[in-house]
Write a protein that binds this ligand. Structure first.
Ligand code: SAM
Length: 281
């Protein structure tokens, strides 16, 4: 049974990086007139109350969106992200945080589609209430890691797959790579963005080795750490592995990540990684 609830973590430093990269990918897709399809394999409930019981229990958003919210010196991509989050809040008060489904919805044009998977029995109800009225959106109460394959390739032949597991089950690390390889076989020109936490660095090294051995080209990694690696302090960093990223993404992240590492890093321990895991040939 799944017990993870993203409401405890919404708007934290990991969401900041994940959602900035999501927005950059979607904005790139909207630069061409042709429609696209976005598939979110682990959608969550859609939106979060930052003044609610769950968020206030951990207060993780305080070292995330709350630190960026009122700043006037934001790099361009961070400013775009913050302004999108502001659409869900009154001008001076940060109380709501949109999850990936609502962020993506903001950037869909009439001709684009969004397919959402969520397995948790409570989260799916919230998500359905949030998203199902929109004709461009389909919600599936199903396993996103297996069932998303049925949607590939999308008929638009352009698209993004966001894979944002909670890694509750250790086998998730292995399953995401197998899924990525299978998805890429069906839809090789698609963009894939896989989120990962850094809790125990050795697991990430294994994940990166598996991706490099997976036979997929053009893979970049973007990571933001707020504390030095440690096996004792929970999540110290997180990142996104992006297959077929927009060609502009690495340059954008070179502006964003050093800045975020400084602003969100704890006790000057913030760090970042921008790496090409597999080149484009
Ligand atoms: N993507 C969301 C966002 O950015 O706002 C957050 C998603 S949260 C990290 C992960 C979600 O995946 C949880 O709501 C969990 O219930 C759900 N989940 C876990 N395993 C799943 C699976 N195999 N298929 C679909 N959803 C799953």
């Amino acid at each position: 049974m799944l017990s993870y609830r993203h409401s405890f973590h919404a708007g934290n430093f990991a969401d900041v990086l994940k959602h900035i990269i999501l927005i950059q990918n979607l904005e790139y897709l909207t630069k061409k007139d042709k429609p696209f399809c976005c598939i979110d394999t682990h959608a969550g409930p859609g939106k979060y109350e930052l003044d609610g019981e769950y968020a206030l229990k951990t207060r993780e958003f305080e070292n995330g969106i709350a630190k960026l919210w009122q700043r006037k010196d934001l790099p361009e991509c961070v400013a775009r992200y913050v302004s999108l989050i502001k659409r869900f809040n009154s001008p001076d008060k940060l109380t709501r945080y949109p999850g990936s489904p609502l962020i993506t919805k903001q950037l869909l044009r009439d001709k684009d589609r969004l397919c959402l998977f969520e397995l948790h029995n409570t989260e799916i109800k919230l998500l359905t209430a949030e998203a199902n009225k929109d004709k461009r959106i389909n919600v599936f109460h199903a396993d996103g890691l297996t069932d998303c394959l049925k949607l590939l390739p999308p008929f638009e032949r352009r698209g993004l797959v966001l894979i944002d597991p909670s890694y509750e089950i250790k086998s998730d690390y292995q399953q995401v790579v197998e899924t990525l390889v299978a998805m890429h076989k069906r839809f090789a020109t698609g963009t894939y963005a896989l989120w990962y936490p850094v809790i125990e660095r050795s697991r990430n090294q294994k994940l990166e080795r598996a991706i490099k051995a997976g036979g997929i080209n053009n893979v970049q990694l973007f990571e933001l750490g707020i504390r030095a690696d440690s096996n004792e302090h929970g999540m110290t960093a997180s990142g996104m592995i992006v297959i077929n990223p927009p060609w502009t993404l690495a340059a954008e992240m070179k502006q964003v990540l050093p800045w975020l590492a400084e602003v969100l890093g704890n006790n000057n321990e913030g760090f970042y990684r921008i790496e090409t895991l597999v080149s484009d040939d």
